[in-house]
Structure formats: structure tokens, C-alpha cells
Write a protein that binds this ligand. Sequence first.
Ligand SMILES: O=C(O)CCC(=O)C(=O)O
Ligand SMILES: [Fe+2]
Length: 183
Amino acid sequence: MVSVYSVPNAFSALECAEISRKVNAEPESEARLVGQTRDHNLRRADVVWLDDVPGTGWVMDRLISLVRRANRELFNFDLREFAESPQAAGYKAKDGGHFAWHSDIGDGPVAGKRKLTLMVQLSKPGAYDGGDLEVMPGAHVVAASRAQGSVTVFPSFLLHQVTPVTRGARQSLTVWAHGPAFR
Ligand SMILES: O=C(O)CCC(=O)C(=O)O
Ligand SMILES: [Fe+2]
């Protein structure tokens, strides 16, 4: 069963650089978890919500068409909306950036409706060591492509992690598609 979908060059290097530049111009806040708590053992990252970044409407349009394509070609989930802003995350070696094993489906009214998770690699792979997004679709771990501009899509209930960044910094962009809760 294949349950991780990937698109190699969903964004060009130039587009990734433009997104990063715009995101980096905004004030970042420390990542909070579902329920608004902070737990550095679970996650250490700085986040910027894309909805707060001017001039990124085209990014959301692209993300929507990528999610639709992944859903049409592989998942066939009942998706209804994008109920949350995409989130740009920065994981820095100097801060011990990482995100331990978790599922994206939370208890809240919005996080409970997450069905697909889409991640864009904004950084060049040589900019950092570690920082691999690993997804567990079954007994084996699947590592997301590290290529800049690549997109990885997976069901939000799957366990996944970002291994600690040990050199440099990694930036990613994540968006969720929502629909009636799995049952
Ligand atoms: O940064 C990533 O690659 C994944 C982020 C993530 O898992 C999340 O925001 O829930
Ligand atoms: Fe996640």
C-alpha cells in the first residue's frame, strides 16, 4: 500500500527563495502544539503563519492544486476545506530544532478534521544536516525527499517526525486539508 505521495519539483528554486524571503521578513513565534502548549521535548521550531505574510496568495493557490491532485490520484478522501493557514517552520541546529513522532489529528474542532498533510521543502538539502521528515505508513519508515521545492503528502493520522537538525537550518511549509473526521 502506497500512502505517501510526492511531487519532485512542485516549486522552483526561485519560488522557494521568494517564499523564504517573505516568511523571514515576518516576526516568528515559537511553535505551540495543539492545545496551545509548548513542549521542547516534542517540538523545537519557529513558525510563521502564511496567512500573515503579504503577497503569498499564489502559494496557497499552488498548495490547493497540489492537494487536489494528490487526493485525486491517490487518497480519494472526502476533503471539504482548508481550515487553517499554512505554517512555515524553521528548525535550527543551534536551537536543537526537531519535531518528535506525532500525528497531526488533534482534539480541537479544527485539528480533529485534518485529513491530509502536505509539506514543501523550502531549503536546499545542503543547507542542513539531519532534519529529515520521516513518515510511518506501516512497519517501515519513509523519508520525504530532501530536494528543494519537493512536496510530500500523507494522511494526517500517520505518525511522522522531523529528526533533529544537527547543522545549519531547515525551513518547511506545511498545510492541512480538512473534511469530516475519519470514522
Ligand atoms: O516540518 C515538517 O516537515 C513537518 C511539520 C509537521 O509535522 C507539522 O507541522 O505537523
Ligand atoms: Fe505533523
